[in-house]
Design a protein around this ligand. Structure first.
Ligand SMILES: [Zn+2]
Length: 273
């Protein structure tokens, strides 16, 4: 998985963290992931190495519990492949991806840099893993109501994330382009398109992934196909964009344009007026 995130620093420590001599975590498909689980470390300070060592030596687990650890300075440490079924939310482990913010938020506050990085990584992961539709606190998983983790209010966290997303999809690389928001079945996607000569151009891979379409890249002709249909795409800094209507047709989706909010609404079945 590509973990280059504009606006955030990610350090890959997957192969350097302490792990169990023999035990290994199980693996899943990315499409098994349904939610991101937020944790605090419940320690005033700490590091991925220290947490991994604790989980392996003290708990006897195969490796660190979390997929990502976010330090107080906002640096994101990549600890486990998303496919790893690590131990952090009990019976929900198979469907959850663990993100831990360093700190004890019973007595401390997450830093602004940590919260900003949390927003960045969740947005990035939601683009790569469209089935990861939800963000919960550890405490919100079945059986964990007693656990004061992540010890910051998840309602506020989710509201901030929605606002971050709205702002993020309002920005497009090229300053002259008018950004276009994209809704699939009334859910705002964490990526933006742009207007070009009156046409909405949408990011092919992200939209097709979210809609469960198949994307092919034909190397010889430098063509992108979605569900076998050729598109009039345009490649901008490595990403293919295609006219919204063509993309919708290839994905078997209805489409509607909202001029007031510059939003393309795509949905299964017929569009309600
Ligand atoms: Zn937790």
């Amino acid at each position: 998985m590509n973990m280059t995130i504009p606006g955030a620093r990610v350090i890959d420590v997957r192969t350097s963290l302490p792990r169990h001599k023999t035990l290994r975590y199980g693996l899943r498909k990315l499409t098994d992931i349904r939610s991101a689980a937020m944790h605090h470390s419940a320690t005033k300070s700490g590091s991925p190495e220290a947490f991994a060592s604790y989980h392996v030596v003290k708990n006897g687990w195969p490796g660190i519990a979390y997929h990502f650890v976010i330090q107080k300075d906002g640096v994101i440490y990549w600890c486990n492949d998303p496919e790893t079924i690590s131990y952090h939310v009990g019976n929900s482990n198979r469907h959850a991806l663990g993100i831990c913010l360093v700190g004890d938020f019973r007595t401390q506050q997450p830093t602004a840099a940590q919260l900003e990085s949390a927003n960045h990584i969740i947005q990035h992961l939601q683009v790569q893993i469209p089935t990861m539709k939800q963000v919960f606190g550890h405490q919100e998983y079945p059986g964990y109501a007693w656990k004061n983790c992540p010890a910051f209010p998840m309602g506020t966290f989710r509201t901030n994330y929605s606002q971050f997303l709205q702002k993020a999809v309002g920005k497009v690389d090229k300053p002259k382009q008018v950004p276009v928001a994209i809704k699939l079945n009334e859910v705002l996607l964490p990526v933006a398109g742009f207007l070009q000569e009156g046409l909405s151009m949408l990011p092919v891979r992200a939209v097709a992934n979210a809609a469960g379409g198949k994307v092919e890249w034909i190397e010889q002709t430098k063509d992108v196909r979605v569900n076998g249909k050729d598109l009039n795409e345009k490649v901008i800094s490595g990403s293919a964009y295609a006219p919204a209507r063509e993309l919708a047709t290839a994905l078997g989706l209805q489409i509607e344009w909202d001029q007031a909010t510059k939003t393309v609404r795509m949905m299964k079945g017929s569009v309600s007026k």
